[in-house]
Design a protein around this ligand. Structure first.
Ligand code: SD4
Length: 322
């Protein structure tokens, strides 16, 4: 599945063609659905898929599968990019962003949430129990507590020690790929053919207090259209927001690009919109409504974990830059 730079650019160029050109660029969307499948970002996607898969294999919903899968990563204190143990902002506060979406365009999100271990489940409650799509900050926390979520300190001893070390230089530099994991995003297709996706993160390490990234923004970090497919993102959120990244991937799939071609085209779009892409890692994964998967990133190192009845592997995403 690993592709060389030339083939990445070729797929990236497909995204630059006219809509008519794109419409006949791929027949991937016409493949027949082969059964349930789940994909998730980075190496820790394997951990997430291990929980999602039995749900899907047992006939459960894609929404339950993605929520339950990413919760495992939220609870892992050794993962420094999501939930418990997440790297704090420059004031030493762990602030979380998450969103969830189903095949029917229902969605929920939380932003700048503190002291709650499972923002993804709070996001689902926002979707199912409120007339809104997103709650933020103190309001999101209050809602979570009212819904029965316990208060939990998320800054670990190691997280605090690392932050104090960081304070000595206080230099903000996006840190992605460093530990082969980052934001966890998962997309699933269940036995009844319904898609869902989830995204959860502690955001960029040592961000400004109050900074919200792409991860709670529907259309940026995550987008699901039951008629087409689903996509989600990881990496520098500001760049992903600027191009409405995941919505862009789904719209390109609607025009006929394969999931991988659509991801590559979105990465190319980000490159085109930035004077410099130094330190600008972004990655997308996508899943068509027929179960075809794809991924692409700006720099090497981004992985996608895939699990279905016939596949269980970790794919190195093709990258635009060497
Ligand atoms: C953010 N997209 O807050 C997230 C962080 C991330 O790889 O995914 N980093 O911008």
């Amino acid at each position: 599945m690993k592709k060389d730079r030339r083939s990445f650019i070729r797929t990236g160029m497909v995204g630059g063609l006219s809509l008519a050109g794109m419409a006949c660029s791929s027949s991937a969307q016409e493949e027949t659905m082969q059964g349930p499948i789940v994909v998730a970002t980075w190496d820790h996607g394997v951990q997430s898929n291990a929980v999602s898969w039995p749900i899907l294999a047992g006939g459960g919903s894609s929404l339950d599968a993605v929520e339950q899968g990413v919760r495992v990563v939220e609870s892992d204190p050794n993962g420094t990019t999501v939930g418990l143990g997440g790297t704090p902002d420059r004031e030493g506060k762990v602030t979380l962003d998450a969103c969830i979406m189903n095949h029917d365009s229902q969605c929920g999100a939380v932003a700048f949430l503190q002291d709650i271990e499972h923002p993804i489940s709070v996001a689902r409650k926002v979707m199912e129990e409120t007339p809104h799509v997103m709650l933020a900050g103190a309001g999101a926390y209050q809602f979570a507590r009212e819904q029965g979520f316990p208060k939990r300190k998320l800054l670990t001893e190691k997280g605090e020690a690392d932050w104090k070390e960081w304070l000595k230089t206080s230099q903000y530099k996006p840190k992605v790929n460093v530990e082969n994991h980052d934001t966890i995003s998962a997309l699933a297709l269940d036995a009844s053919g319904q898609l869902a996706g989830a995204c959860t993160t502690s955001g960029m390490a040592y961000k400004m207090h109050g900074r919200v990234g792409d991860s709670p923004i529907i259309g940026a970090s995550l987008f699901v259209d039951g008629d087409v497919g689903a996509a989600c993102a990881t990496g520098v959120g500001e760049a992903i927001i600027r191009v409405a990244g995941s919505a862009l991937v789904v719209e390109l799939m609607r025009q006929g690009l394969s999931p991988e071609e659509a991801c590559a085209a979105a990465v190319q779009r980000i490159a085109d919109k930035h004077k410099s892409v130094e330190d600008l890692q972004v990655g997308f994964i996508a899943l068509s409504k027929n179960g075809v998967v794809g991924a692409a990133s700006m720099y090497p190192g981004f992985t996608m974990a895939v699990q279905s009845a016939t596949r269980s592997d970790l794919v190195n995403a093709p990258s635009l830059k060497g």
